[in-house]
Design a protein around this ligand. Structure first.
Ligand code: XMP
Length: 535
């Protein structure tokens, strides 16, 4: 296994992810573990190497964090990244100085010294024959004197010591970040380090992770009970399936149906979790309550607030029943959430992980405190695609795990203006037809379905009426807009160039099958300036 010591960088989990991609088992621990802890950790001989992460702080000023000195005495390879390189230099007798200029972003680094880490990998070669690497750097301080035993491994014009190595002891360090994709050869470097230099076994996979995660959950909650808000989305579903695997009936899921879900969604969730996994799920049918509070409200932000507030109210009421002693053996003590690593970063929790301040998921912020519950977040270290892989390893259907994202407020933000039950019913049927056709139609060039080729697709209900003709009669009905986008991060998105034949079929089916809709349009706006959702 590989030990990653976290100095508080935003991207520490990316290092872990790259190590997992090389199929090597790793653990992230805070950098301030003791020397004894480190020796104990390595005592069984399983530890093959250590990686020291970056930090948002600087070695010379703000931070006094150091690696436990024992790390350098274990006889295993050590890789320092950014701050990790600086602290390695300082602890082993080199020198670090505060830079006057901060270097941030793209840089070209010259590999030197023919080291086991960088030798023979290059993005391009200079006219005079030097191998160059395209990397991503972010630092103010830099190493200005090599520690005894080290040689130069990499340099840039502004950072003459951008990498160093003591190959006798297998210590390597780089000032740039190999864990981010902007460092083109970064993945290759980390793979070389863990597989080549550390000689770690490449035998880790998601199935193995299920076992580890199950053990960790059991150790954490013991015989106490857990409640979880199940939304039907990927994250909460995978969290529920994982926790259920670990503790079975100690878990109760609360599924709030706000009446703004997609067609058959509620039944599908119940079939899956109750019918197949035999989990305890309480389905709360709160459609009337939600629609009641939304009556007469047409301003988008206000609608969102109402839906969010009611969601918390309903969930709290159910949770209160379950946490009251007498409801079960002792009442639930834990609230589980499907928080994934990008959520942790988004809510600013990543930096403070070292200080163990746990921020709660933005969707249900503050709930654990209000309910007096402890927080269980078993997906906290995983990236979205890893969560999906985990879902598959847990036996969840591919269709559920690879679903497009669906916003918390649901159809509430896809019915423009006031939300009415009739509108929601029409929209659900139109949306289901669109999704069905996207799943059924393959792109010849790639062999993939258009559902797979789009990142998110849905129908939007426009509460305006237009004139049409059907048979011999005039119609005067509502309009539906189709939206399909392609994006890698949902921050920017392009509208998808769906084939005309597909659009034609969807339009014709919606108009023929959904009485009340006589016109279909396709949204050709990109984000920015438009957003993905219409409200
Ligand atoms: P926009 O419309 O801002 O959407 O371009 C970006 C992504 O976020 C989703 N979205 C939400 N997800 N709660 C959520 O859980 C929300 O309130 C919410 N609003 C938007 C949207 O579906 C898209 O994937």
């Amino acid at each position: 296994k590989i030990l990653i010591l976290d100095f508080g960088s935003q991207v520490t989990q990316l290092i872990a992810r790259r190590v997992r991609e090389a199929r090597v088992y790793c653990e992230v621990h805070p950098c301030d573990v003791s020397d004894d802890w480190v020796r104990q950790y390595a005592a069984d001989g399983q530890l093959k190497g250590v990686i020291l992460s970056g930090s948002h702080a600087s070695t010379t000023e703000e931070s006094t964090d150091r690696a436990p000195q024992a790390v350098f005495e274990l006889g295993v390879p050590v890789l320092g990244i950014c701050y990790g390189m600086q602290t390695m230099a300082q602890q082993l007798g080199g020198k670090v100085e505060g830079g006057h200029t901060r270097e941030f972003g793209y840089a070209e680094v010259r590999a030197r010294g023919h080291t086991a880490l960088l030798n023979g990998i290059a993005d391009f070669t200079t006219p005079d024959g030097h191998g160059m690497l395209k990397v991503w750097m972010s630092h103010g301080d830099k190493v200005t004197a090599l520690p005894p035993g080290f040689k130069l491994m990499a340099s840039t014009p502004s950072c003459p010591i951008a990498g160093m190595a003591d190959e006798a002891r297998h210590f390597y360090a780089v000032q740039f970040h190999p864990e981010v994709t902007h460092t083109l050869q970064g993945r290759a470097m980390l793979e070389r380090f863990v597989l080549g230099i550390c000689d770690a076994r490449a035998d880790w996979d998601m199935r193995g992770h299920v076992e580890e995660a199950v053990q960790a959950i059991r150790a954490q909650v013991g015989d106490e009970e857990v409640i979880l808000g199940l939304s039907g989305g990927v994250d909460s579903s995978v969290a529920a399936a994982l926790i259920h695997r670990a503790i079975g009936d100690q878990l109760t899921c609360v599924f709030v149906d706000h009446g703004l879900l997609r067609q058959n969604e509620g039944d599908m969730v119940m079939d899956m979790f109750v019918g197949q996994l035999h989990a305890k799920v309480i389905r709360v049918d709160a459609a009337e309550q939600f629609l009641g509070h939304l009556k007469g409200v047409s301003e988008p932000e206000q609608k969102r607030k109402i839906i969010g507030r009611e969601f918390v109210e309903v969930f709290k009421a159910e949770a209160a029943k379950l946490t009251a002693s007498g409801a079960s053996k002792n009442g639930a003590k834990w609230l589980a959430q499907g928080t994934i690593y990008p959520d942790v970063i988004e809510s600013g929790g990543a930096k403070s992980k070292k200080a163990v301040t746990i921020k709660s998921h933005h969707n249900v912020g503050g709930l654990p405190e209000q309910l007096g519950l402890k927080l269980l977040e078993p997906l906290r270290d995983l990236f979205k695609d890893e969560v999906r892989e985990l879902g598959v390893a847990l036996g969840l259907p591919h269709e559920m795990v690879y679903r497009h994202p669906f916003p918390g407020p649901g159809l509430g933000v896809r019915i423009l203006g006031e939300v009415k039950k009739d509108y929601a019913d029409l929209l659900r049927r139109a949306d289901a037809i669109f999704i069905e056709e996207l799943r059924a139609t393959r792109d010849e060039a790639t062999g993939k379905t258009w559902y797979e080729l789009t990142s998110q697709a849905f129908a939007v209900f426009l509460p305006v009426k237009s004139v049409g003709v059907m048979g011999d009669g005039r119609t005067y009905d509502y309009v539906v807009a189709l939206r399909a986008v392609q994006t890698s991060d949902f921050m920017t998105a392009d509208w998808a160039e769906l084939p005309y034949a597909l659009l034609k079929k969807v339009s014709s089916r919606i108009i023929n099958e959904v009485r009340g809709i006589n016109r279909v349009t396709y949204d050709i706006s990109s984000k920015p300036p438009a957003t993905i959702e219409w409200e």
